[in-house]
Design a binder for this molecule. Structure first.
Ligand code: NZQ
Ligand code: ZN
Length: 382
C-alpha cells in the first residue's frame, strides 16, 4: 500500500538525557510541567526536571490519573489558558503523555473539550509539547494518538492529530528503576500487542515491516524470558526502545492494521478499571482463535519466525497457544474475572459500549461484528 512516513519526534535516548530539555525548549517559553500522582517526586525525575528548567519560567499540574480523565484534564486546560502557557512538558507514562496531548489540543479550542474525542472538533492546532517518558509501553511519546476517558459516562476514546505529536521525547532507561514489576510487565504486553495488531493481519509482502515486527516480537519474548534479570541497564534500554519502535508508525506504514483487541480492551478498562495491557491479554487470544482463518497465514509466519515452531497443519493454533503461554509466563491472566455482574450482564455491558461508540465492524477485514465480539467475550470473560 502507498504510504507517507514522517516521525518528527526528536529522541534523546540514554542515561542523563533529561538535562537536555534545557536546550530543547526555548528559554522564552513559559512551560507547564504535567505529571501524575507523584512517582516522579520519589525517584528523582522531578528534581532532574527542576534542575534542567532553572532558566525557564514554569508551572506544574499534577494528579493526572492512569487512564486519564477529561474531568481532571479540563482543569489543566483552564490553567494553560489562564497562564498563557507556551509549551507543555509531559513527565510520565502513557496516561500523562496522552493527557498532555488532550490539554495541548483543548487549550486551543473554545468549545467543550470532549468534542475532540467525539470528532465534533477536528484538531488542527495545539500547544507544542515534549515528553519525558517514565514507563515504556504505549509509544505515546513519539506518536500522535491519545486515549482519554470521560469518567461520567465511562467512555474511553481515541483521538489522533499530528499537532499533538511530541516535538521531543526523552528516553532515559534509568527512570525505569522505580517501576513496580506489574508496570514493567504491562509494558512488555502492551508493546507486544501493538506489534501484533500491525502484523497478525493479512499477508502483505512487506519485508521491512514484517521483518522488523518479528524482531520487536522476539525482543519482547527474550525480555519476558529474562524477566528475572530486569535490574540491568541493557534489559531496561532494550525494553524502552522496543516499546517505542512498536508504535511510532514505522511497522504500521503501508500494511493493514487490526486494533480490534485495543478497542474491545478499552471498553473493559472503562467498565472495570483493568490495566490497559491486561485488558489486551484478556481479549487477544480469544479474538485470534475467533479470527483464525483470515489470520492463518500471518500466524503461521509468526509461529515459524518468532517462536521457532515446526511447520504443521495446526501451526496457527499452536502460535496462539504460544502467545497465551507467554502471557501466563508473566503471570498475566487471559480471562477477565474482576467483575461483579453475571457473565451475561458483563458481555452485554461491553457490547452496549462498543455499539454506542460505533465499534461494530472491527479488525483488518471489518469482520468483527458485535456477534463476533459476543463469541470472543464468551471465551475472554470467566
Ligand atoms: O501517576 P504516576 O506517578 O505517573 O504513576 C504511574 C501510574 O500509577 C506509574 N509510573 C509511571 N512511571 C513510573 C511509575 N511508577 C514508578 N516509577 C516510574 N518510573 O505507573 C502507573 C501507570 O502509568 P500509566 O501512564 O497509566 O501507564 P501506561 O504507560 O501503561 O499508559 C496507559 C495509558 O495509555 C493508553 C492506555 O489506554 C492508557 O490510558 N494508551 C495510549 C496509546 C498511545 N497514545 O499511543 C496506545 C496504547 O495502546 C494505550 O491505549
Ligand atoms: Zn496499547
Amino acid at each position: 500500500m502507498n504510504f507517507t512516513y514522517n516521525n518528527p519526534t526528536q529522541i534523546y535516548f540514554g542515561q542523563s538525557q533529561i538535562s537536555n530539555i534545557k536546550n530543547a525548549i526555548p528559554t522564552d517559553q513559559k512551560v507547564l510541567v504535567i505529571y501524575g500522582s507523584g512517582s516522579i517526586k520519589k525517584n528523582g525525575v522531578y528534581d532532574q526536571v527542576k534542575a534542567a528548567l532553572t532558566d525557564h519560567s514554569w508551572l506544574e499540574f499534577s494528579g493526572v490519573e492512569p487512564n486519564p480523565t477529561k474531568e481532571t484534564l479540563d482543569k489543566a486546560i483552564a490553567l494553560v489558558k489562564k497562564e498563557n502557557i507556551d509549551f507543555i512538558l509531559a513527565v510520565g507514562g502513557g496516561s500523562v503523555i496522552d493527557g498532555s496531548k488532550f490539554v495541548a489540543a483543548g487549550a486551543k479550542y473554545d468549545g467543550e473539550s470532549w468534542d475532540i474525542l467525539t470528532g465534533k472538533h477536528s484538531v488542527s492546532e495545539a500547544i507544542p509539547l515534549g515528553a519525558i517518558l517514565t514507563l515504556p509501553a504505549t509509544g505515546s511519546e513519539s506518536n500522535s494518538g491519545a486515549v482519554i476517558t470521560q469518567a461520567a459516562t465511562q467512555d474511553k476514546l481515541v483521538f489522533m492529530a499530528p499537532a499533538v505529536q511530541p516535538l521531543f521525547a526523552v528516553l532515559d532507561p534509568d527512570v525505569m528503576k522505580s517501576l513496580p514489576e506489574r508496570q514493567l510487565i504491562n509494558g512488555i504486553v502492551d508493546a507486544w500487542v501493538h506489534t501484533c495488531e500491525q502484523y497478525i493481519t493479512l499477508p502483505s509482502d512487506a519485508m521491512v515491516q514484517d521483518g522488523y515486527a518479528q524482531t520487536l516480537l522476539k525482543n519482547l519474548l527474550v525480555l519476558g524470558e529474562n524477566f528475572s534479570h530486569r535490574d540491568n541497564d541493557a534489559w531496561r534500554a532494550n525494553l524502552m526502545w522496543t516499546a517505542n519502535q512498536a508504535l511510532n508508525g514505522l511497522i504500521g506504514s503501508g500494511v493493514p492494521h487490526d486494533w480490534a483487541t485495543h478497542m474491545i480492551g478499552h471498553e473493559i478498562t472503562a467498565l472495570w478499571h483493568v490495566d490497559h495491557a491486561r485488558s489486551l491479554a484478556i481479549v487477544q487470544p480469544a479474538l485470534l482463535r475467533n479470527q483464525i482463518e483470515s489470520k492463518r497465514a500471518k500466524l503461521e509466519q509468526m509461529g515459524k519466525t518468532v517462536f521457532a515452531l515446526e511447520e504443521s497443519a495446526e501451526l496457527a493454533e499452536r502460535t496462539i497457544n504460544a502467545i497465551e503461554a507467554f502471557y501466563h509466563s508473566l503471570d498475566v491472566s487471559t480471562q477477565l474475572s474482576e467483575y461483579n455482574e453475571t457473565k451475561a450482564q458483563a458481555i452485554e455491558a461491553v457490547l452496549a459500549q462498543l455499539e454506542s461508540h460505533g465499534m461494530t465492524a472491527l479488525g483488518e477485514n471489518q469482520a468483527i461484528t458485535l456477534e463476533k465480539t459476543r463469541q470472543i467475550l464468551e471465551e475472554a470473560i470467566a
